[in-house]
Design a protein around this ligand. Structure first.
Ligand SMILES: Nc1ncnc2c1ncn2[C@@H]1O[C@H](COP(=O)(O)OP(=O)(O)OP(=O)(O)O)[C@@H](O)[C@H]1O
Ligand SMILES: [Mg+2]
Length: 482
């Protein structure tokens, strides 16, 4: 689409020259001979640029500039001045004009100045657009949940988004740690500055150091020039350090230094670089435990832990499941351009009963898959759910294959017993009396079994482990091969 330029000048000669030149440069040009007509025309259609003569009959250029600005503050205005009166030009720029052109025109200058003014508009428009898009992707409104735990997290995000304090986000894999980090950034005052994310897991020290702090030319053989690290890239914004638990002791010291001093040395550098960065760390391992075991520095832990957001596993906030399911159904039906599908009650039941070891990410994948596979159907049923979810709900009797070595009946039974206990406990919200009722055993018997089977008594345990795995069908049992 051609960019629209309006020329406002009472001199017919000027209008003609500018119209022809800018038309030839590919713009859509219109012109008027008075301020009143300019206002009327701009009110009717937004223009990308207005070129305005400083001296007009009746109302002068500066007054028109003021009105244009009030009407469409986003439209840039270039002033035309007859005599190179720097004073009036400066006055115009103070009043919001983008730039000015001096008569008589040099055409290459006109092209340049017009090009620059339009470029600024384009960039500003893109920025606004990008920001809106980012906000709609990363705002708190995209974090779904109504459980008391999640509500507490929402209010925490609101409270601390605009502070500069370091935040530590912990929780099992797939619980939304990165989502919370982004929400913190995009709800805070740093939202228009960069959000930079670095995964600290499984990267050798020197690479991670280079990534975070950059290097100077000659720091190592391949360092042919200076390279800025992610701390610099995040200047003014937020640096998200994921999988902090995997950082080596020496990197921990370096990180602590930047957080404390707000400056660091690039690899091979002798001058410190100072930055204004908010650090948000995340870990799916228990950093406090690592600290107590001496694997994570205590001083760094407390530096990071100024604000701690703990994301609970999905199985501890089952009341969020229906809302999350609905959210992902809408999301993927929308993405795949199909009408919103319903979930049949038995399918919902199976989803709500499942233990979700992979948390929200796993749920999202399951829904995406179901929507993709149920092409043309209005309702999703159990048949659209993956095997592992249906299996977990059923007491399946596997076809046992007795191989050369046989198998331990005790182990197989213990594994089933453990799974059934987990199911009952989860169903009962870890209220043991209630779980015992469901299992039709005494509370004391339940506790005794839990101890024997290694189920934590307070319910913060792992998802049902597959335990001593029974040789079920499909396992790589030698006897299954021919
Ligand atoms: N409360 C939630 N509402 C909506 N979507 C969520 C929620 N929690 C997580 N998700 C989605 O689940 C997926 C995983 O989230 P995210 O990457 O933030 O998890 P994580 O805790 O960082 O996981 P990991 O430890 O594996 O890196 C993302 O696609 C995210 O959009
Ligand atoms: Mg993550």
């Amino acid at each position: 689409m051609k960019e629209k330029i309006l020329i406002v000048d009472d001199d017919e000669g000027v209008r003609g020259i500018l119209s022809r030149a800018l038309g030839a440069s590919g713009y859509q040009v219109s012109s008027v001979d008075s301020g009143e007509k300019a206002i009327a025309s701009v009110r009717e259609t937004p223009h990308d640029l207005v070129i305005l003569d400083m001296v007009l009959p009746r109302v002068d250029g500066l007054a028109v500039l003021k009105d244009l600005h009030a009407l469409r503050p986003e439209t840039p205005v270039l002033m035309i001045t007859g005599h190179a009166s720097v004073e009036t030009a400066i006055k115009a720029i103070k009043m919001g004009a983008s730039d000015y052109l001096v008569k008589p025109f040099r055409m290459e200058e006109v092209d340049l100045v017009v090009g620059k003014a339009l470029e600024r508009t384009r960039l500003r428009r893109e920025n606004v657009y990008l920001r809106r898009q980012l906000e709609s992707t990363y705002g708190v409104q995209n974090i779904i949940g109504q459980s008391p735990e999640m509500r507490r997290i929402f209010s925490l995000i609101e409270q601390v988004a605009s502070s500069r304090s370091t935040v530590l986000i912990t929780g099992p894999s797939g619980t939304g740690k990165e989502m919370v980090a982004r929400a913190l950034h995009f709800n805070g005052e740093r939202r228009s500055r960069p959000f930079v994310s670095v995964n600290c897991g499984g990267i050798p020290d020197t690479l991670l150091e280079d990534e975070l702090f950059g290097h100077v030319k000659g720091a190592f053989t391949d360092a042919v020039g200076d390279r800025a690290g992610r701390f610099e890239a995040a200047d003014g914004g937020t640096l998200f350090l994921d999988e902090l638990g995997n950082m080596s002791q020496s990197m921990q010291i370096k990180l602590l230094r930047v957080i404390q001093e707000r400056e660091f040395f690039p690899l091979g550098g002798t001058k410190p670089v100072s930055v204004d960065v908010r650090v948000i760390g995340a870990s799916n391992v228990d950093l406090r435990k690592m600290m107590e075991e001496g694997q994570f520095r205590e001083d760094l832990y407390y530096r990071l832990n100024v604000i701690h957001i703990k994301l609970p596993p999905l199985r501890d906030r089952r009341e969020d499941l229906p809302l999350l399911i609905q959210h992902f159904l809408a999301k993927y039906c929308g993405e795949m351009n199909v009408p919103l599908k319903r979930l049949r009650p038995e399918a919902l039941r199976a989803l709500v009963d499942y233990a979700w070891p992979g948390n929200v990410r796993q749920l999202e994948n399951v829904i995406e898959r179901a929507v993709a596979l149920s092409f043309g159907k209005e309702e999703l049923g159990r048949e659209d759910l993956p095997r592992e979810i249906l299996d977990a709900g059923a007491v399946e009797v596997p076809v046992l294959q007795i191989g050369g070595d046989g198998f331990s009946l005790d182990e197989v039974l213990a594994s089933y017993e453990q799974r059934m206990l987990y199911r009952a406990l989860e169903h009962a919200g870890w209220v043991k009396t209630r779980a015992a009722e469901l299992l039709k055993i005494k509370r004391t018997t339940l506790i005794e079994k839990m101890k024997r089977l290694g189920i934590p008594l307070k319910g913060a345990g792992e998802p049902p482990s597959r335990g001593p795995s029974p040789p079920v069908e499909g396992s790589a049992d030698p006897a299954g091969r021919d």
